[in-house]
Design a protein. Structure first.
Lengths: 213, 213
DNA sequence: TCCCACATACCGACTGGTTAGTCTGCCTGT
DNA sequence: ACAGGCAGACTAACCAGTCGGTATGTGGGA
């Protein structure tokens, strides 16, 4: 066994996915994770074999199981990366010193840009969530809920202060917006007519317009 | 071989998924498809084995492969059912004799209700699209595009006549709304606080508000 | 300085289990 | 007697994870 249970659990909270906890990702581990991310996004988690990943990364199974406890750990790492990034950015924009409609617009637009910039991760995130084991699934759901609630708080703040329409549940508005974010992986193409920033501005604009009292 | 290539292709256009083309679904075939739909939605396509499906339906593999050419055919049948249903309903509302904002509102709300009423099918639809073979994938994409374009035409009509804001690409608005529809499978719960109709009214309202000039 | 003990990094053959799909044949109604 | 409907054992392929082994590097004692 390369990692015992305790170490695997601990890994989930570290930054680099190697479980060494010192922030310095070993090149091989980094390459394996990057390769897995690409293949998972292209073919789906279940359709990507461990053999394919190690072949594409130019190593063997020995290397993969040296750095990761299981195939699922790779998936969990992708999730952790996305969640931490998005939460950090949301907190940044939500805590800013600006009117609530500006903070919401900035946060809403930023999540779109960030999602497009990491489209592979996001495709995996939304498609393969239900492939996680109950334990890891619970953890990911908890982090997602935290994100959702922070976003909802922004909307409720605007509703209380009268700058947003209050006759609609804030929860529903959050899901409305994140539906469109979620959906980006299905339709957005890099070679399409719109830049990520343009898409973000349009989608944030739609959200703010829908919330006009 | 139960079905040769030609028959499998023909099946895609029939109504009952048994390939007999006479509209009378054999009970066993119907039960297999219903069981598969439920299991695919619960566990995902790849995680559901053919053995599980036939066990849950109370038959054996012999029966399944008597009625369906492959496991993928089951998936394709689910897709066909959903696509035909949604297209039919969209055409109905879009062709109605009413102002464009009313037609759009009705169509937008109806797709939400229909989606919630067939949540299993929709979950499968959005999660497992990329599991289809290239040939069937192409066919499904073509039908989806037809749907998308009909919906977009409604928005463009309103933009031309000045009742909708014209400073946003209609394509993007369609994806915005369908993002939220797509997302329903992730968050909507039957035992939640909102009825399908309430959700539909809210989401249609958000769309129409966002389109106010 | 040399050398030994030990750890880390990785290899690749192997195992036990699972899977989609096939095939032979029985059974029943016409 | 013939055909459709179905059973269930079988096969060939595949897959995640294991394990014994090798190579490389590193710290400490003589």
């Amino acid at each position: 066994m390369t990692y015992d249970e305790g170490q695997v659990r601990a890994m989930a909270g570290t930054k680099d996915g190697t479980g060494n906890g010192n922030g310095s990702t070993k090149p091989v581990a980094r390459r394996l994770l990057a390769t897995a991310t690409r293949l998972f996004a292209e073919q789906g988690y279940d359709r990507t074999s461990v053999q394919e990943i190690v072949d594409a990364a130019g190593v063997t199974k020995g290397a993969l199981y040296h750095y990761f406890g299981s195939k699922e750990d790779l998936l969990h790492e992708v999730y952790g990366r996305v969640l931490r990034l998005q939460q950090e950015r949301l907190d940044h924009f939500a805590d800013a010193d600006a009117p609530v409609e500006q903070r919401l617009r900035d946060a809403a637009a930023d999540v779109v840009v960030t999602t497009i910039d990491n489209l592979d991760d996001t495709k995996i995130f939304f498609r393969s969530m239900h492939h996680l084991s109950p334990e890891k699934d619970k953890q990911v759901r908890a982090e997602r809920r935290r994100y959702h609630e922070r976003f909802r708080a922004l909307i409720e703040e605007g509703q209380r202060s009268g700058v947003f329409a209050a006759d609609i549940p804030a929860d529903l508005v959050v899901d409305y917006h994140f539906g469109s974010v979620h959906h980006l992986g299905t339709w957005y193409r890099e070679d399409g007519p719109l830049t990520p920033q343009q898409v973000a501005d349009h989608l944030a604009d739609l959200l703010l317009r829908a919330l006009r009292p």
